[in-house]
Design a protein around this ligand. Structure first.
Ligand code: BES
Ligand code: ZN
Ligand code: ZN
Length: 495
């Protein structure tokens, strides 16, 4: 989707639809451009008849042959005094969905204005609502057999906008590219999106963008690095594991270095502790953390963010075969710590343990943030609205919570009290990979904490309930959401 601007309504070009903003309780549309008497007139009918009240996300389309667009959408934004960036996202998401139904591709949109909110927040709400909803995953459908591909918006002209507004809109479009990239990777077939495919995607990014560098370890090198936990999980799979380091240097002079570690389980069968029917079908989503990490690198590079950020992805399938790693056996991690396997379905923490330890040892991180579809328990605690946050550093956690509120990719922090560590005691090894009955998300994070250098600020985001949705919600499509990309872009901008 491409953004354009026109300083006023007279300067606009022909399009499929004209969108006028409308605040609840007002008697006419109002926005950043002077709306003509003719436009007011064509909307006065539905307003006076109370067919349109302007409540948040309400849309009505009226027709007037005299306008170049012929169709005019009145878009309700709710009460002017109560508007927020998030409410705008939702309203412009609804608009995008209406356009899709009507196969509208090119729109002229009068920007809303409101004194109580900063202009940046308005542009952000409008653009993000449009962009995040403007996505469809059609790649696995055969269009010659059934319905034609989804019609998406291709052009949005912001009327009453400045060049500065356009620059901002383009930045959000760049970030959305990262979100789409993440969604596509997660939505792809697990049989296609293998560890080798993730490695190829990383190489592709490095080839396209001069400030991105990819380093990929194959199985031999992973053995040489003694990543015993990644190797254990990978044993049951027909696909070799890969260990991927993707660096973006937007500030080469600085030593500041944020590392995003992403869980890259390309399919999680549970291993020998096989998942039951009903729990396995969505497990192509288990590389969601990896996809988020890649999405951030892409978004940082396209928007030219002046920071240094690296994605570290341990990639493997958790499959079941005669070679699978075994419950009850003990495996040695990169740092030498031994792990008793209580359950082969708790595989994410194993591969992340080696990745976190590798990061601390070799990459000189200023901070580490990991993203992982780690536990089913986080869904019981927080559901699909909120990502679980756990951290060894208050300042880092605060900064992430703030970024969560700004982007509405909200987080809730759970404690890492040392008493939870007791659940991971093993009689035969240094640690066990599962805890007891309660606090499943926290004990998973306590396991990870063991492999992070205590001096390094680290945060863990459990996205098991937010990365992949059974049903669409607002501007999050059904299935992959791409959660974490906007959050991290905001975070990196903040620090
Ligand atoms: N990949 C799953 C977690 C998951 C569940 C992600 C639902 C997305 C949706 C993870 O590897 C897993 O299986 N965790 C187990 C841990 C348990 C065996 C301690 C779980 O949460 O049940
Ligand atoms: Zn699992
Ligand atoms: Zn998993």
């Amino acid at each position: 989707m491409e953004f354009g601007i026109a300083s006023n309504l007279e300067k606009r070009k022909k399009a499929d639809l004209l969108v006028l903003p409308y605040w609840k309780g007002k008697n006419k549309p109002e926005g950043a451009a002077t709306i003509s008497k003719a436009m007011e007139k064509c909307s006065s009918g539905p307003i006076q008849a109370n067919d349109f009240t302007g409540k948040e996300s309400e849309i009505i389309i009226v027709y007037d042959e005299t306008f170049p667009e012929k169709r005019v959408a009145l878009l309700g934004l709710g009460e002017k005094e109560k508007v927020t960036t998030e409410k705008l996202r939702r309203a412009y998401c609804s608009l995008t969905k209406t356009c899709r139904q009507k196969k509208i591709q090119d729109i002229n949109l009068v920007l809303p204005t409101v004194a109580s909110m900063d202009h940046k927040g308005i542009i952000r709400g409008v653009c993000e609502g449009l962009l995040l909803a403007n996505y469809a995953f059609d790649q696995l459908k055969n269009h010659s057999l059934k319905d034609s591909p989804t019609v998406l918006l291709t052009k949005v002209t912001l009327i009453g906008a400045s060049q500065h507004d356009l620059d901002q809109a383009k930045k959000y479009a760049g970030i959305a590219e990262g979100v789409y990239f993440t969604r596509d990777l997660v939505n792809g077939n697990a049989d296609e999106v293998t560890p080798q495919h993730l490695a190829a995607v990383a190489r592709g990014l490095a080839k396209t963008f001069p400030n991105i560098k990819a380093t990929i370890f194959d199985k031999k090198r992973i053995e040489k690095e003694k990543m015993g936990l990644l190797l254990a999980v990978a044993r049951g799979s027909a696909h070799d594991p890969a260990f991927i380091v993707l660096e973006y240097k937007g500030d080469p002079m600085s030593k500041e270095h944020t590392v995003i570690v992403g869980k890259g389980v390309t399919y999680d069968t549970g291993g020998l502790n096989l998942k039951p029917t009903g729990s396995m079908e969505t497990m192509k989503c288990d590389m969601g953390g990896a996809a988020t990490a890649f999405g951030v690198i892409l978004a940082a590079s396209t928007t030219g963010l002046p920071v240094n950020v690296t994605a570290v992805v341990p990639a493997t399938e958790n499959a079941m075969s005669a070679l699978s790693y075994k419950p009850g056996d003990v495996y040695k991690s990169l740092v030498g710590k031994t792990v008793e396997i209580g359950n082969t379905d708790a595989e994410g923490r194993l591969i992340l343990a080696d990745a976190l330890a590798y990061t601390c040892k070799h990459l000189k991180p200023t901070r580490i943030i990991d993203f992982a579809t780690l536990t089913g328990a986080i869904d019981h605690a927080l559901g699909a609205e909120t990502t679980g946050l756990m951290s060894n550093d208050d300042a880092l956690a605060e900064e992430l919570l703030k970024a969560g509120n700004e982007t509405y990719e909200r987080l809730c922090r759970l404690p890492l009290y040392e008493e939870y560590r007791d659940q991971l005691k093993s009689e035969i090894a240094d640690i066990r990979n599962i805890g007891g009955k309660g606090a499943g998300s926290i004990t998973a994070a306590k396991f990870l904490e063991e492999f992070v250098d205590k001096k390094v600020p680290w945060a863990h985001c459990d996205i098991a309930s937010t990365a992949f949705l059974a049903e669409a919600r607002r501007y999050h499509p059904k299935h992959a959401t791409g959660i974490g990309v906007r959050l991290m872009m905001q975070f990196l901008e903040q620090i």
